[in-house]
Design a protein around this ligand. Sequence first.
Ligand code: CA
Ligand code: CA
Length: 344
Amino acid sequence: MNRIVNSPILWMIATASSSSLLLCMGTGVRSEHAYAGAPANEKSCRTVGRLAREVRIPGGVFKMGDHHAYAEERPRSEVEVASFWMDTHEVTNRQFDAFVAETGHVTRAERGLDRGVAPELDDAARRPGSLVFTPPVRLLGSAPSQWWRFVAGASWRHPQGPGSTVKGREDEPVVHVTYEDAAAYAKWAGRRLPTEAEWEYAARRGQRMLDHNVHEAPRPGTANTWQGDFPTTNRGLDGFVGRAPVACFPPDAQGLFDVVGNVWELTSSVYYPGHRRPTARAHPTAGFDPKQPGVPVHVIKGGSYLCAENYCARYRPSARQGQDALLGTSHIGFRTVRSDSRPR
Ligand SMILES: [Ca+2]
Ligand SMILES: [Ca+2]
C-alpha cells in the first residue's frame, strides 16, 4: 500500500503530541445554543437486547448527493439501490467483544502499523494507539491538531487511552475501529458494511418521513450532536456530552437509531472528493482525499456527537468524509447490512 510520509495523518502519528486530523471543517456559523427538545437520558435509552436486530430497507431509486451543501456532496444524481437489511443500531462494545472473544481479532489500533503498510515511518510512529478527541482549554486559530490527540494505547477496549475501560459502557457504539476491523466483524456476523449509497438511501428515507430538512441541524431531541461552540463549549443539552449508548434517541420512521449523530459510520465505499469517480489512472482504487493524499480512504457517514452548528454540520444524509482506512478515532463506528434477494 502506497502511503506518503507527508500525509496529514501520518504526520500526525509521527508527531503524536501535536496530532492533527482534518475530520471536519468549519461552517462559519456561530451556534446560538438554542435547544427546544427534551434531553435524552438513561430512562429514554432502550434495552438494546430487546431491539429488533435489523430492518428491511425496500429498494428504490433516489437522488444521492446535494448541490447546496459541501462540494464533496456533488453532483446530485439518481442512484438505484436494491433491497437490503440494515442493523437497527450502531455495533456496540458488547457485540464487538463477542466477535473478539470468538475470533481473537486484534484491531489495528491494538497492533499498530507494520512496516509493510507504512515503510516510511519510524518505529515510534507505528506504535499502537488511536485518535482521541481532547477539547482544548484555549483555542488558538482553527487547527484540528488542538483537539485531536494521538493517544498511545487507545483502542476499543480503552477509548480514552490506558486506564479507561468499556466496563459499564457495553451498550455504547464501539469506536477506534478501522475499515478492516469493521469489515472483519461484518464478515464474522455473516453480513457486510453498507455501501455509501445504501447508507444514504436508508438515511434519507427515515429523515424524509420525519419531515426533516436535510439542510438544517437535526431537530432537538432526535440525535446526539454537539450544542455550543465547538470545540470549547459542549453544553450537552441533548443529554450527552460524549457518546451515548445506542438507541437513547428516538428511531427514525423505519426503526433505525442514531443514523445521524452519535458516531460516524464506516461504509464499504472508497472516498473521492465528489460523487463523480475519477479515472483509475488519476487516482488509486483505495480512494483519494486531497486533505490526506496517498492515504487509503473510505467514506464515513452521518456525523457524530462532535458535529455542531458552528463546525462540521455533517449530520445530514448526504454529508460525507474520507477516513484513513488504517486509523481509528473516538467518534467513528459502524453498522452492518445484508443483501435481500426478495423483490421490492
Ligand atoms: Ca450531545
Ligand atoms: Ca451514527
